[in-house]
Design a protein around this ligand. Structure first.
Ligand SMILES: [Zn+2]
Length: 165
């Protein structure tokens, strides 16, 4: 709920009582709920929240990467709590240390396929890909091309540049 609050704050949206009730309903259920399921669940608690409000709040939770939208081909979407770390993957620059977070559904699908094959239930994931960021790579290329000039005795002919033509 703190994460949701800080996400809303970033988006300059208030954490209204209705948003809080809807998010808590989804978080506490731990299940995959449709908008109708959530409306029923909240009504059972004496909370009357419109379905449009539920839908918009679920969309916010998805954007905040706190919930995940699922489509089982039932003609409506279901939503489930998304453990924050389960879905983010990282590129890490080995030179400057820059960390770039990315989310790609294809990685989720890959993970689900392998988990099913190996009989695992996924709880979290940690995927870190190491390499050079574009700036560091450009710096390395500048450095190596500068170095090549000093060592190239036969490299003077046939320099091709793709401009002018
Ligand atoms: Zn870098």
């Amino acid at each position: 709920m703190d994460l949701f609050r800080s996400y809303l704050h970033q988006q300059r949206l208030p954490l209204t009582r209705q948003r809080e009730v809807i998010a808590m309903g989804l978080f506490e259920s731990g299940e995959q709920l449709s908008v109708d399921d959530l409306a029923d669940l909240l009504r059972g608690r004496g909370e009357h929240v419109g379905k449009a409000t539920i839908y918009r709040t679920l969309s916010l939770l998805v954007q905040a990467e706190l919930a995940r939208e699922l489509d089982f081909g039932e003609g409506f979407k279901r939503y489930e709590l998304q453990a924050g770390e389960a879905r983010h993957d990282h590129f890490i620059c080995t030179s400057c240390g820059q960390v770039t977070r990315f989310v790609r559904s294809v990685v989720d699908e890959f993970q689900a396929t392998i988990a099913a094959e190996l009989g695992y239930t996924v709880q979290s994931r940690r995927l870190e890909i190491y390499g050079l960021c574009s700036e560091c790579r450009a710096a390395v290329e500048r450095a190596s091309s500068a170095g090549a000039v000093t060592t190239g005795e036969a490299a003077s002919s046939g320099q091709v540049r793709g401009e002018g033509g």
